[in-house]
Design a protein around this ligand. Structure first.
Ligand SMILES: [Zn+2]
Length: 315
């Protein structure tokens, strides 16, 4: 089969590799559509602390495909918690001690799903839901997890800093949780699009909750500036492993600002995300701005067009 493999930062190669073969409990998918996302773009540019295993690595982790054995259309998450380690026992499935390696390899004609993921985090796509929308279940699950961790309450004003696909999904999740998302980003067209995902026009300064969704040091700092005393900052966007953020301790101590992180998703989040997509409550299809084949990903990541949010890759 043809598969994209990442050999190092900026070095993505389309290769012929042997077709994977499903063993006991494993599921082989014929990939209908894979989606590009910001995490993949970061990994392409600078490597990634947890996304990929040893290089060269299979690449891509948002996929919808057909189960070769049954003919069912399914979506699959990029991990599944073990259910038996100390973190899982505490209910902190996102910190499962055997979460890694994450599943990569969606940028290929075939994707082999390991047994644990196949049994926990492989779901049939509801009838009528387009495969490219269903494939958003994984990132949307991360966003649902983040909104839960941030304890967004009904009526909260929630500033979302960063209006990429994740920021826009977060706006929808905040709105669905009863909060008032306020989109913070420099680009007018993105703020306009955010309104389709529930964002309202309001001053983000003094927000009850601020969600950092840009994955930059500057956005972390901005989030800590915007939040009201006693409010919560959710650090959603991951930074490079050696990044450091200059945090004002006055805000944390004297103003009781709560700084919390959220990473990844749980099986419950993944199920909820797929149902949320199928509900049609928000126009998630508008997040897909480009279509590519396997040969088009490197060029897209090297020079993303200005209007690029996500690309649907059909191998
Ligand atoms: Zn575990």
């Amino acid at each position: 089969m043809r598969a994209l493999r990442l050999h190092g930062p900026g070095d993505l190669r389309l290769e012929d590799v042997p077709d994977p073969v499903a063993g006991e409990g494993e599921v082989l998918l014929r990939v209908e559509v894979a989606l590009t996302d910001g995490t993949d773009l970061k990994a392409y540019r600078r490597g990634h602390p947890v996304l990929l295993g040893p290089l060269p690595s299979p690449f891509g982790h948002e996929a919808c495909g057909i189960d070769v054995a049954t003919g069912r259309r399914v979506v699959v998450a990029n991990s599944a918690p073990c259910g038996s380690c100390a973190a899982c026992a505490r209910g902190q499935q996102t910190l499962c001690e055997s979460l890694f390696p994450l599943l990569n390899g969606a940028y290929a004609e075939l994707l082999l799903v390991p047994e644990r993921i196949a049994s926990v985090n492989l779901l049939p796509v509801p009838p009528g839901l387009a495969p490219e929308v269903a494939a958003m279940a994984e990132p949307l699950a991360c966003c649902l997890h983040g909104v839960e961790v941030a304890s967004v309450a009904r009526g909260d004003t929630v500033a979302v800093v960063g209006l990429g696909p994740i920021g826009l999904m977060l706006c929808a999740c905040v709105a669905d949780a009863g909060g008032r998302p306020v989109a913070v980003g420099s680009r007018e067209e993105r703020r306009a699009l955010a309104s389709a995902f529930g964002a309202v026009s309001a001053d983000p300064a003094g927000a009850d909750v601020v969600i950092e969704a840009a994955g930059t040091v500057e956005a972390w700092v901005r989030a800590l500036e915007l939040v009201r005393p006693g409010g919560t900052v959710l650090a959603f966007g991951g930074l490079a492993r050696d990044a450091r953020v200059d945090i004002d301790p006055y805000r944390i101590h004297y103003e009781e600002v709560r700084l919390v992180g959220a990473f990844h998703h749980t099986p419950s989040d993944f199920r909820a995300a797929l149902a949320f997509l199928a509900s049609g409550a928000f126009p998630f299809e508008r997040l897909i701005t480009h279509e590519v084949g396997l040969e088009g990903v490197a060029a897209l990541f090297t020079e993303p067009p200005r209007d690029y949010l996500k690309a649907a890759l059909r191998p």
